[in-house]
Design a protein around this ligand. Sequence first.
Ligand code: ATP
Ligand code: MG
Length: 414
Amino acid sequence: MRLSELFTKTVRNAPADEVSKNAQLLIRAGFVYKEMAGVYAYLPLGLRVIDKIKQIVREEMNAINSQEIIMTSLQRKEIWEQTGRWDDELVDIWFKTQLKDETEIGLGWSHEEPIVEMLKQYVQSYKDLPVSVYQFQTKLRNELRAKSGIMRGREFVMKDMYSLHSSAEDLDSYYNQAIEAYKRVFNRLGIGDDTYVTFASGGAFTKFSHEFQTICDAGEDVIYLHRGRNIAINEEVLDDAMAEMGVTRDELEEVKTAEVGNIFNFGTDKTDTMGLKFTDSEGKQVSAYLGSYGIGITRVMGVVVEKLSDDKGIVWPDSIAPAKVFLVQLGENEAVKNHAEALYKLLSDKGIEVLYDDRDLRAGQKFADAELMGMPYRVTISDRLEADGKVEFSVRKTGVTEVLTQDELLAKLG
Ligand code: ATP
Ligand code: MG
């Protein structure tokens, strides 16, 4: 991708009302556009990040045999009335609207009930189980506060997955597979070391649910951590979980975190209420066991920005950077231009993604943009090194810079 052709530009200042670091940096770097508080559009570079996060999640969900679908944003009131969750007293984040004939409908803040309703049509017998489905969907939530940038949107992308099973044991086993899949996701996203499987308040069926909480100063949650034993507990269930795990308060460290994912065991609670039954091997009609598993795709992107950025800008991990290399061409020298064009082509042909700064700008501006936008590696081609056919190679995360021949460069980027 050539920067001269990209319609977005970096800007010096984020909107004055934007208080969060993640949104400030993403807006300044031209990755997102702020529509209103808690509502952000994703521009070409931001969309690339989102797509890469989704692809990692998709691969790991496919690996545990889940099937991708897309549900709808427009939802029927009757579906939610079955569980009482149409009621604004119970769910205070609904956006609701009406059809022309005044039929009330809801805009999807969650898809738990609609997915269970949909699966009723396809699950009749124990032979139809287990089944797992997932989607990437824009959720709409009328959140009271939206001061955390893309970490708490009124419109945001979630991956939500649902699994149905014929027994509690089968659900437990899948639930554990999902925990392992989530760990692989967060490792691949570059935040695995700081992400903890955390005891949280349960549904009606189990004592605890599990949240994936990432240590992050800008997060809205507080957890208690035993690093040695790898135990993490959300403050909301502290006493119960301490008793369960045999730890005391003075052994635990209080840390601020962001909830990047969560998983729930609903047992047969929701399927009982909604009437999702199947015929078991003895011919009896019984309720299926339900698990639900979320990841905040756009929130994760915000958390990565919050955690890995520095005073100069964003620092993307290789796995989700919009491009691996930021290629800078400096000066008007024809030989430099030709060299940069040739290297751009060579790297692109090798499947290495390059953001090519072919703009007619001063070196200082190009370097500042490279740092703000945060590609993992910067490669500079300039008059100074051209005579030797060498390039400057710089690592965004460490700032370490060296002069390399083309072969050495290719080996590094291999
Ligand atoms: P929170 O406690 O942060 O409000 P939640 O418990 O309501 O989240 P779920 O409804 O279970 O979360 O959603 C699954 C995941 O979606 C969460 O773990 C989180 O990562 C993400 N998420 C939830 N609300 C938002 C939001 N408003 N903006 C961005 N991501 C969100
Ligand atoms: Mg929560």
